[in-house]
Design a protein around this ligand. Sequence first.
Ligand code: NAD
Length: 508
Amino acid sequence: MTRDIPHFLGGSRVHPAGGRVADVYDPSTGAVQAQVPLASRAEVTAAILNAAQAQPEWAATSPQKRARVFMRFLELVHQEMTPLAQLLSSEHGKTLDDARGDILRGLDVIEFCIGAPHLLKGEYSTSAGTGIDVYSMRQPLGLVAGITPFNFPAMIPLWKAGPALASGNAFVLKPSERDPSVPVRLAELFVEAGLPAGVFNVVHGDREAVDTILHDPLIEAVGFVGSTPIAEYIYTTAAANGKRVQCFGGAKNHLIVMPDADLDQAVDALIGSGFGSAGERCMAISVAVPVGEQTADALRDRLAERIRNLVVGHPSDEGSEYGPLVSAAARERVEGLIAEGEAAGATVVADGRGLTVQGYENGFYLGPTMFDHVTTDMSIYREEIFGPVLCMVRADNYEQALALASDNPYGNGVSIFTRDGDVARDFTARVNVGMVGVNVPIPVPIASFTFGGWKRSGFGDLNQHGADGFRFYTKTKTVTSRWPHSAQRDTIAERTPEGASFVMPTSQ
Ligand code: NAD
């Protein structure tokens, strides 16, 4: 008997009667564990209308009161951390610790959003002319939507919902249909924390739901995260319909190892960021670029040894370093790319195909795989693999390594390992990639900065979270006001009859 996952509409769990559904798997066993509804056009339209109706009251709530809902929400999520991480892990397949990290990186942005009263402040210029003052204010857009991927089912919905809600918008989330339960619970916890019903609706679905969002005139803005082809489709369709839109896509992240690098640190970085979460992270390092043959040979040998000892297992087992891929189809696709790499002549250093985990023989596991002597024309270099596969592309010198990362069509993240400050400075200034690490493996910026890739990793001109998150979900209104001198000024006191109050004014 499988569970039915509900939509979350108008502050309640809603189980549709009939309609299309999709299976939700437990990737660790390969078994179907639940069914998720795939909303029809009419159901999504109803969810949108419901959210639009709830928005004005939320927008009229002061930013400070909205921030208090966020404070309570933080407490509730922390209280429920373990069951939430278990639920997340059971649908995604990432280890429990990694699932906690997924939730916590989302909460970082919620904490940042508590600064909404400050972040939403406008600007003011007095006496721009005689009796003229000019000021600006940031107002919510109204109703906005988020469409999110499977690989961070807590973090990315929270990156979208946080700034959208804190700015006074209502929010409709269309999460991934592959791991849809945690987003529902997060929206429910927001309501338990005091968010008015209907302000945050979660509607599950596939292309029909997404297209309804992209065409509905009540939706003012769309924030998307997922693969590049879908990012591009959503960007062009939403923009053609006059919506504000930001779309973050796939990646091919390089890690450059200079001859002077601390090799132990570089190996740790490559193993953790290449194979953590089974390589299903948009900031995973999938290409190692050692500079010089000596560096390359030493790096290959050390990586090969570490890979041999990596523990792939059930995501709840303490010792597991990573778990299964999200689906059988995802594993099949990655295995296909591994076969293409082999056929194209790359050197197979480790081959993870055929791995089974004892007791979980039907789970979607894939062992760690590594190729050496990869060239830029191979599909394993050109395509985002999104699995536990590390490709090594040897560079003769620094300029060649820099050009590799810069010329790649993706531009999400990149990292350099070196002890030379001059090289690091030059690299950070010149590399054509949005997020850069120096001696760090996954340069995901903290919540008070912004997150976003360049080139085919990002479409639109504002990043996620940080100040950009608030800019994306608000519009600026600028007021120029003139109050000519009034001869009646001296009589104003007579027209304010409230009298004195001796109580400290508060926002309560
Ligand atoms: P995906 O593109 O398959 O799905 C993302 C969302 O789009 C889901 O909600 C899905 O239901 C919807 N969708 C899928 N196909 C659609 C279609 N034809 N029409 C309309 N909507 C559709 O991505 P995924 O497999 O869930 O996630 C992995 C991808 O996301 C990887 O490419 C990864 O790099 C990327 N990603 C990027 C970032 C970033 O910040 N750049 C972060 C996380 C993940």
